[in-house]
Design a protein around this ligand. Structure first.
Ligand code: GDD
Ligand code: MG
Length: 403
């Protein structure tokens, strides 16, 4: 892959947010001997180097009631060396959709000779593992893991940790283009190669999202939620640096990857607020603005943003869904202890003006889970291990391979 070196970054304490990096070649050829000389603006990363990073990577695919053909297409796009972890929250009744997913994934595994770890978010055995690990925060009144994409991602992160992977990446299950999925995962690896593997966070900004506008294809750049979310995050940053900025382009990036160590140290916001809250948590913990919980300001957190080349086309979930995402995203910023009053007023005003908040409503805080550092990984692994006995016969629920 040939990729641009970031031209700028914004710094807040130990957090560095790098400017968007463009990709110039999806495949820049093999490792040359002697290595090709890069110039000052681009770097070429060999296919071998990318492959080596992917061998240490788990890709988590959160699924809730997606069409089987879409899920299969996503699995097809994930490079072979990556460990795939599918976390499903699809209904089990009246139709057992998860059973159908298992059947389809088993078929995929048969053809690819690949093991895919598949777990169901509502599996009581998984809930028991969280209890055993002293992290019951994720469970609801019924004693099972709560609904939500973030909740599925957190479970996937813990499994990636137990499986001994160094990096964890996420791709949505409703992507129509396997080629786009393949590109995202290669870009995750490129980000780690360029920025190192200590507290590095790689986020993808889609090049475009095709839509039909008046019977023609239109390649939109920003989604309705990303536009607002990026602006508010940039305003928050600018407030502390004293310089207006547009550095953040990936506030809502569902496609992202980070080191497992960093992922296990972070706090998470529920549902779709998860991505913007990454920024909030990192700035609150490492921004050096107020006393930090992590304390170690000598380790930089590097947030790298890469602009993908494939258009992004995914299932349309409707306007109400986008409205929820807008409100959830802005609520994480509004309720941050760092959010200045003027920005709170601006967010509140914008939500009212555009009809997302009605007269008398207030912007409610979203649920935030404590850092996964509190979870006892060994206890979780042991609990999962002991659950395996009851699973014999399940074809690709390779939870049995958990070590
Ligand atoms: N495990 C699990 N549990 N997965 C879920 C859940 C859940 O409760 N809810 C949704 N998912 C899965 C979906 O099946 C899909 O694969 C993925 O999470 C994203 O959900 P979508 O409903 O397709 O979200 P979106 O397309 O509107 O938004 C995506 O892009 C945004 C950026 O524009 C998401 O990735 C957002 O998180 C992201 O901010
Ligand atoms: Mg989607």
């Amino acid at each position: 892959m040939r990729i641009e070196i970031p031209r700028e970054f914004e710094r807040l304490g130990a957090v560095r947010i790098y400017g968007l990096q463009k990709v110039y070649e999806l495949d820049a050829g093999p490792e040359l001997n002697p290595p090709a000389r890069d110039d000052a603006v681009v770097r070429s990363l060999s296919a071998e180097a990318i492959y080596e990073v992917q061998r240490e990577m788990a890709i988590v695919v959160p699924v809730r009631s997606e069409r089987l053909k879409l899920i299969e297409g996503v699995l097809v796009g994930i490079p072979h060396p990556c460990l795939v972890i599918v976390v499903s929250n699809s209904p089990r009744e009246p139709t057992d959709r998860h059973f159908l997913e298992l059947d389809s994934i088993t078929n995929f595994c048969r053809f690819t000779r690949k093991q895919v770890l598949v777990v169901h978010q509502k599996d009581p055995l998984i809930a028991a593992a969280f209890v055993a690990a002293g992290y019951a925060d994720l469970l609801d009144e019924s004693g099972l893991v709560r609904d939500g994409k973030a909740e599925g991602m957190m479970l996937g992160t813990v499994l990636a940790r137990i499986m001994g992977r160094r990096y964890v990446g996420f791709v949505d299950a409703d992507n129509y283009f396997p080629g786009a999925v393949n590109e995202y995962v290669r870009e995750y690896a490129a980000g780690f190669l360029m920025h190192g593997n200590d507290h590095t966070f790689v986020r993808i900004s889609w090049h475009s999202k095709p839509k039909i506008v008046e019977q023609s294809l239109y390649f939109a750049k920003w989604g309705r939620s990303s536009r607002r979310c990026n602006r508010a995050l940039n305003q928050l940053l600018g407030h502390f640096t004293g310089y207006e900025t547009e550095i953040v382009k990936t506030g809502n990036a569902g496609e992202h990857a980070l080191t497992v160590e960093l992922a296990m140290s972070m706090r998470y916001a529920t549902g779709y607020a998860v991505e913007p809250y990454h920024f909030i948590d990192l700035i609150e913990q490492y921004g050096g603005i107020t006393a930090t919980e992590h304390g170690d300001m000598r380790r930089f957190v590097r947030i790298c943003q890469i602009e993908s080349r494939n258009p992004h086309l995914h299932a349309d979930k409707g306007d109400a869904h986008v409205a929820d995402m807008i409100v959830g995203s802005l609520a994480t910023i509004y309720h941050s202890r760092l959010c200045p009053v003027w920005l709170q007023r601006e967010i509140d005003g914008e939500l009212r003006k555009d009809g997302f908040l009605k007269e008398g409503d207030t912007l409610k805080p979203v649920r935030v889970y404590p850092s996964l550092a509190r979870l006892n990984v060994d206890a979780f692994a042991a609990a999962v291990q002991s659950l395996v006995a009851g699973r014999i016969g399940a074809p690709i629920v390779s939870i049995a391979t958990v070590r």
